[in-house]
Design a protein around this ligand. Structure first.
Ligand SMILES: Cc1cc2nc3c(=O)[nH]c(=O)nc-3n(C[C@H](O)[C@H](O)[C@H](O)COP(=O)(O)OP(=O)(O)OC[C@H]3O[C@@H](n4cnc5c(N)ncnc54)[C@H](O)[C@@H]3O)c2cc1C
Length: 465
């Protein structure tokens, strides 16, 4: 039987695309090479990392903060296997949820490695080498991404780990070396620091969180340092010697010069991710690619008719919700509707303590584009709820067009920033102004009042500062 649409990959891009297409009346199939649905995000990404971030944050709070609130508890003891079980149960709940949704939407699943042999034809090979061909009118490639590797440094997932190994260590390393000060390195570095590791982060650039607003990066680094994380910026790890009991990493200044040695029990390589297209048959088909990513037009169509691509495998931020929104958009486009993603309104969140959440433009982007803007800033030290709960780290910054007052970017460092950012996303989506936000009533006492105050600060009229 020929399907209307077959999606290769069941990460957040793929399974959401399949469900939306089924809702629109298409006969849909998915192809997945792994044992479980959900892709990187549900199995070894967003979901397990958030379980460990949650559990380790409470562990640290119980040890250091409960006493100050009058809650007397014995010093908490870590039961790492139980914490890992908590994480695994959370993952299982989520991947089973995807299996349920696929079934509910009458989507057929082919388990095996998919290779596109011709437009409309996918060969699915299972582990024993047997294969079958799936016939389909349209194909969406949603094969995601894989860990980026450092030349000459082999990941064994025991002592030199990627994020996948760092989510499943069987004991807390006394010393953890994190290579790369991006989101994944800082999240997983935070997990293991809270559980007792001494964490050193080495970053090639002269700042953490490359691509994010520079002021956010600077303040966030200061907070993480206060928590006990050590940073070595403008430096690169060139080799790791595994011969001794501890790892010995050679770290050189990025600009060149004498190397120093940093010892560690575990090294986490978190230098980014690369699009995954192995064995898909794209070169043979002549599908255009650029720097490993599948090239698509504004409708997610590749240069080969009937083949589309979404998510981490194409350009843009490697984020689960970006992949999901593209999944919905491409399904609607294939159904003849006007699917669309607004790339100016995609939030980016780091789930550490405090959290970092941003949407829209950074100050650096506005400056380099020559856009005149006004910045309104409000610190959590002046927010009633943050003050009374003694969680005052961070600030809200709103960047608005100097002429029109339209909000172009919102940047938050602070507890629960990842939940707070969405009113800014809605505002940007609707083309709202700082004035709109400032005149919107916010419940008291909430941390979100800091967003309203930052909007007031754009017009230099914050009340509580
Ligand atoms: C540690 C970590 C934490 C993260 N945390 C967050 C977060 O908090 N928030 C966030 O937004 N993003 C987060 N991300 C990023 C997020 O996981 C990705 O952006 C997202 O999973 C991309 O979705 P996708 O559908 O494009 O691909 P993926 O989720 O990578 O899924 C691709 C699927 O395709 C399958 N596949 C590949 N090739 C084939 C083939 N030939 N045949 C059959 N199947 C195939 C794979 O097995 C996989 O299941 C995190 C990533 C990591 C590693």
């Amino acid at each position: 039987m020929a399907y209307d649409l077959t999606v290769i990959g069941t990460g957040p891009g793929g399974y959401v695309c399949a469900i939306r297409a089924a809702q629109l009346g298409m006969k849909v199939a998915v192809v997945e090479k792994d044992k479980t649905f959900g892709g990187t995000c549900l199995n070894v990404g967003c979901i397990p990392s958030k379980a460990l971030l949650h559990a380790s944050e409470l562990f640290e709070e119980a040890g250091h903060k409960f006493g100050g609130m009058g809650i007397k508890v014995p010093a908490p003891k870590l039961d790492l296997p139980a914490m890992m079980k908590f994480k695994d149960e959370g993952v299982a709940g989520n991947v089973n949820g995807v299996a349920f949704l696929l079934k509910k939407n009458k989507i057929d699943a082919f388990i095996g490695h998919g290779r596109i042999t011709a437009p409309g034809k996918i060969e699915v090979t299972v582990a024993d080498g047997k294969s079958q061909t799936v016939e389909t009118k349209n194909i969406v490639i949603a094969t995601g991404s894989d860990v980026a590797r450092l030349k000459g440094i082999e990941i064994d997932e025991k002592r030199i780990v990627s994020s996948t190994g760092a989510l499943a260590l069987d004991k807390v390393p006394a010393k953890l070396l994190v290579v790369g000060a991006g989101v994944i390195g800082l999240e997983l570095g935070s997990v293991w620091r809270r559980l007792g590791a001494q964490v050193t982060v080495v970053e090639f650039l002269d700042r953490i969180l490359p691509g994010m607003d520079a002021e956010v990066g600077k303040q966030f680094q200061r907070i993480l340092q206060k928590q006990g994380m050590t940073f070595k910026l403008s430096s690169r790890v060139t080799a790791i010697d595994l011969s001794g009991k501890t790892l010995k990493a050679s770290v050189e200044p990025a600009a060149g010069g004498a190397a120093e040695t940093i010892e560690a029990d575990v090294a986490l390589v978190a230098i980014g991710r690369v699009p995954y297209t192995e064995g898909l048959g794209l070169t043979e088909l002549g599908v255009a690619m650029e720097r490993g990513r599948v090239t698509v037009d504004a409708h997610y169509a590749t240069n080969v008719a009937g083949i589309y691509a979404i998510g981490d495998v194409i350009a843009g931020p490697m984020l689960a919700h970006k992949a999901e929104d593209e999944g919905v958009a491409v399904a609607e486009i294939i159904a003849g509707q006007a699917g669309h993603v607004n790339y100016d309104a995609i939030p980016n969140v780091i789930y550490t303590y405090p959290e970092v959440a941003t949407v829209g433009k950074t100050e650096e982007e506005l400056k380099s584009a020559g856009v005149a803007y006004t910045a309104g800033k409000f610190p959590f030290t002046a927010n009633g709820r943050a003050k009374v709960n003694q969680t005052t780290d961070g600030f809200v910054k709103i960047l608005a067009d100097a002429k029109t007052d339209r909000v172009l970017g919102v940047h938050i460092v602070g507890r629960e920033a990842g939940e707070m950012i969405h009113e800014a996303c809605v505002l940007i989506e609707f083309g709202g102004s700082a004035e709109d936000l400032a005149r919107t009533c916010h419940a008291h006492p909430t941390r979100s009042e800091a967003i309203k105050e930052a909007a007031l600060a754009v017009g230099k009229r914050a009340i509580h500062m």
